[in-house]
Design a protein around this ligand. Structure first.
Ligand SMILES: Cc1cc2nc3c(=O)[nH]c(=O)nc-3n(C[C@H](O)[C@H](O)[C@H](O)COP(=O)(O)OP(=O)(O)OC[C@H]3O[C@@H](n4cnc5c(N)ncnc54)[C@H](O)[C@@H]3O)c2cc1C
Length: 496
């Protein structure tokens, strides 16, 4: 019977796990042990739409508190400087996997030439606006189609605050080893000699994966046949007169890609690259030539893409970077953390706190599926990008392992951007849905057998896009929206 939980690590993953467990199962005793000397990773700044949903709807965290302390800005999606178009926008809405009743085809078939302003979120993005305006012209209309840009350290601070409010105990100490027991791990040992027992251990020790990787020696499944990048140069600068964009930018670089993430007072940039294709010095030089405002010696972060074979082994569940990692091309890590934590909570409740082997097996099956979906989706980003003809990109187009989505690609080539592709995706709960794949395929103009789209329909389609553009132009940008939600008269659904 699980009564005592010990979370190892207080980065965003550990704290989200601690909050989820304590919030949803108050009778559990939840403690977090962490080493200030090791600290948190300090990167990880973009979320998907799943994050606000999890925080505000599932965990019931106060929006007012969160906005005040974490100071997020809104992210409507990702602008890809990718493929043959100048750019294309991937929003959190259904741009392509939908169809107007008076048109013959779903939207994707009308986007061969122009893929802009296909719906309101896309039109807002195209015009650098975060929200449409309420009819009285004052407040933003906050539809749930945004994620956040949040500085990792601020996120960790607000999470720690919430965890403490809920009664999670935080212990300072460096874990130096673990004692094995019949259930897996009996206790962890701290450097100062203390010993902490628990029934369930959450390993959220970041890339160190102290319990799952080091103590239990769970095998690691590398994604290096699909994802070739293994390093990032990270650097940013204090904002001066740059507008705060309501989206992340992902820009093709010689040996990888570069992100731009928007905080209120800070512009965060990074270059994810493959060390087999380019040296750290060359990557820094390319990064700095595009970003002269970045510090002259940007930080280099090394990583490996992949996941542990099982994330739940005996009485240890790994969450966050301790469980697996993929580069932040779709900013998915926090989303996986949330999904993993929700699954864990639900399963503990369903098995009455006695973790049965079949429940653990199911958990591992579900979580592995999440990770592998992300791998396949990111692999498509590399495979389909024809923007540059450098050795790295030629290698990606020729050698990226896309076996997980081969059937979907064949279907697309033969039938075009049809939503029927959803039935080919792994499981019905694929994280990105067919929408994500369609955006990547249409955005990159991956060829398909053409369907005849009439001129009349194209005109109708374009007039719809023009309407969206007009509505979006009247919207509000991030700065104006931040001013409004900070006004004491603003109410978060009744919460002032
Ligand atoms: C370049 C880069 C960009 C990223 N961008 C994004 C993004 O845009 N969006 C996104 O969702 N994710 C992103 N991520 C992933 C992001 O880092 C993680 O989602 C998130 O920060 C979770 O980290 P964590 O809590 O697993 O690990 P960490 O932040 O590393 O926390 C580990 C914790 O464990 C503790 N610890 C470790 N060992 C011990 C020990 N022996 N004893 C005691 N305590 C210990 C540490 O002190 C710390 O508290 C990015 C990652 C990288 C590398």
């Amino acid at each position: 019977m699980i009564e005592n939980v010990l979370v190892l690590g207080s980065g965003s993953a550990g704290l989200i796990a601690a909050i989820s467990l304590k919030r949803k199962i108050p009778r559990l005793s939840v403690r977090v042990v962490r080493s200030k000397e090791i600290g948190v990773i300090g990167v990880g700044e973009g979320t998907t739409v799943a994050f606000p949903k999890y925080f505000f709807e599932y965990l019931g965290i106060s929006q007012r508190l969160f906005y005040e302390k974490a100071e997020p800005t809104w992210k409507l999606g990702i602008r890809f400087l990718w493929g043959p178009r100048d750019h294309f926008d991937y929003t959190f809405s259904n741009q392509l996997d939908s169809r107007w009743r008076d048109l013959s085809f779903p939207n994707g078939y009308y986007c061969e030439k122009e893929f802009r302003c296909t719906d309101i979120p896309a039109a807002l993005m195209a015009h650098d606006k975060a929200f449409a305006r309420q009819p009285n012209g004052t407040g933003p209309i906050m539809e749930p189609w945004f994620g956040f840009h949040i500085e990792n350290k601020k996120l960790v601070e607000v999470l720690e605050f919430v965890a403490c409010q809920l009664g999670v105990e935080i212990i300072e100490g460096k874990v130096s080893g673990a004692e094995r027991g019949p259930e897996g791990i009996a206790a962890v040992q701290l450097e100062d000699g203390r010993r902490l027992e628990a029934d369930l251990f959450i390993d959220s020790s970041g890339f160190r994966s102290e319990l799952l990787g080091r103590v239990l020696e769970e095998p690691y499944i590398s994604y290096d046949r699909s994802l070739f990048c293994d390093r990032a140069v990270v650097g940013g600068w204090e904002r001066t007169d740059e507008p705060i964009l309501p989206y992340t930018v992902a820009e093709t670089m010689n040996a990888g890609w570069s992100w731009q993430i928007e905080h209120e007072h800070h512009v965060n940039r990074g270059y994810v690259y493959a060390s087999q294709s380019i040296s750290d010095d060359e990557a820094c030089a390319e990064f700095l030539s595009k970003n002269p405002k970045a510090p002259s010696s940007p930080r280099v972060v090394k990583f490996r893409s992949g996941r542990y074979q099982r994330n739940w082994v005996d009485n240890v569940v790994a969450v966050g970077n301790a469980a697996g990692f993929v580069e932040p091309l779709e900013a998915t890590s926090l989303m996986i953390v949330c999904m993993e934590c929700q699954t864990l909570v639900d399963q503990l409740l369903h098995c009455s706190f006695v973790a049965t082997p079949s429940m653990r097996r199911l958990f591992n099956q579900m979580v592995s599926g999440l990770w592998d979906d992300v791998r396949d989706f990111l692999a498509l980003h590399y495979y389909a990008n024809t923007r540059l003809d450098t050795p790295f990109w030629r290698h990606c187009r020729a050698d990226t392992d896309i076996s997980g989505i081969e059937q979907l690609l064949e279907f697309y080539r033969e039938n075009g951007p049809s939503g029927f592709g959803r039935y080919i995706l792994r499981g019905t709960e694929n994280t990105f849905g067919i929408e994500g794949y369609l955006v990547m395929l249409v955005g990159n103009r991956v060829p398909y057998r053409k369907q005849v789209v009439s001129e009349t329909e194209t005109r109708l389609w374009n007039s719809r896009r023009a309407d969206f553009a007009m509505q979006a132009k009247a919207g509000m940008d991030v700065k104006e929206a931040l001013g409004i939600i900070r006004d004491p008269r603003w109410s978060w659904h009744g919460e002032r």
